[in-house]
Design a protein around this ligand. Structure first.
Ligand SMILES: NC(=O)c1ccc[n+]([C@@H]2O[C@H](COP(=O)([O-])OP(=O)(O)OC[C@H]3O[C@@H](n4cnc5c(N)ncnc54)[C@H](OP(=O)(O)O)[C@@H]3O)[C@@H](O)[C@H]2O)c1
Length: 283
């Protein structure tokens, strides 16, 4: 049985926790303090933020509070879309370090592959942005580098034209959105996959009789089933709540296993509301 303290080895040898706390939407300092404290006490070690969320300062403060030992945490942030390009991305990394109050960031990602005003030249744009990431990695400002929302063509472009292969790809993943082609490509290339918004179909699944039966069979909530589903796919789920109680509930998924038959059922769920994001649309 896996544990919340388990880690996975990235392709550069760095070890990353297999379960993480998301923070998007949490800008209020008290909410950040309370949820991050509850998370660390419950065993979360990975905390995911981004320039885009406007909360690096608050997250930075929250991880330095009391006796939370920042050294044991694995902090991720991401370069915001307007900060693409070598110069801007280099500055962005320094800016994230300063806001977070850290000497280094464990993992830094390119948030989005095709950005406003640079869509026609996304290949060159990503290579230039990645050059800043490689430099930050080599200077020790970041311990690992990766991407987010990259599909196969975006990954192939970096692999063909850059020196260092991404270590992580953070994409939307949950029942109804499984992005098989990208996931298989990442597995083949030894790129670890993180799952964002793993709880998306909470409401839809609460109306499904078979899912309701699963919650009774396993004695777990739908949120817990969804996070366990993600783990059993070998994704690293990132889950967010503004409520410490839910943060704790969401981590209580290391004492049960969804059966193969139930995994097949969850794998085949389809929802009209959800699809993989159109990442080729400039953002
Ligand atoms: N790379 C990207 O482009 C990208 C995009 C989206 C997200 N992300 C990252 O991935 C993280 C997770 O995605 P997400 O924020 O969409 O999170 P999520 O964990 O999939 O869903 C969060 C939502 O579920 C609710 N919730 C949480 N726990 C619950 C529970 N036990 N029971 C019922 N409802 C519950 C939350 O409400 P309350 O807060 O009210 O509890 C919130 O509305 C983000 O925070 C961010 O770090 C990355």
């Amino acid at each position: 049985m896996t544990s919340i303290f388990d880690t996975v080895e990235l392709n550069n040898g760095v070890r990353m926790p297999i379960f993480g706390l998301g923070t998007s939407g949490n800008k209020d300092q008290t909410v950040c303090d309370d949820t991050i404290k509850a998370a660390v006490e419950a065993g979360y070690r990975l905390i995911d933020t981004a320039q885009m969320y406007g909360n690096e300062k608050q997250v930075g403060k929250a991880i330095q509070q009391g006796d939370l030992s920042v050294k044991n945490l694995f902090i991720t942030s991401k370069v915001d879309n307007p900060n693409h390009g070598y110069e801007a991305a280099s500055k962005a990394i320094d800016d994230s370090l300063e806001k977070l109050g850290l000497d280094y960031i464990d993992l830094y990602l390119i948030h989005w592959p095709v950005v406003e005003g640079r869509g026609e030249n996304w290949q060159e744009d990503n290579v230039e942005t990645w050059r800043a990431m490689e430099e930050a990695y080599e200077s020790g400002k970041v311990k690992a580098i990766g991407v987010s929302n990259f599909m196969v063509e975006h990954l192939e472009n970096l692999i063909a034209n850059c020196r260092i292969k991404p270590m992580v790809n953070q994409i939307r993943l949950h029942p109804g959105v499984l992005q098989e082609e990208t996931v298989v490509f990442c597995e083949t290339e030894n790129i670890v996959v993180e799952a964002w918004s793993p709880l998306s179909p909470l409401k839809q699944m609460s109306e499904d009789e078979k899912v309701k039966a699963m919650t009774e069979k396993y004695g777990k909530s739908i949120a817990q089933l969804l996070l366990r589903f993600s783990l059993q796919h070998n994704f690293i789920p990132l889950t967010k709540s503004s409520h410490p109680k839910r943060v704790v509930e969401n981590a209580d998924i290391f004492d049960f296993e969804i059966s193969d038959e139930d995994m097949v059922y969850l794998n085949n769920l389809k929802f009209d509301e959800f699809e993989a994001p159109d990442v080729d649309k400039e953002r």
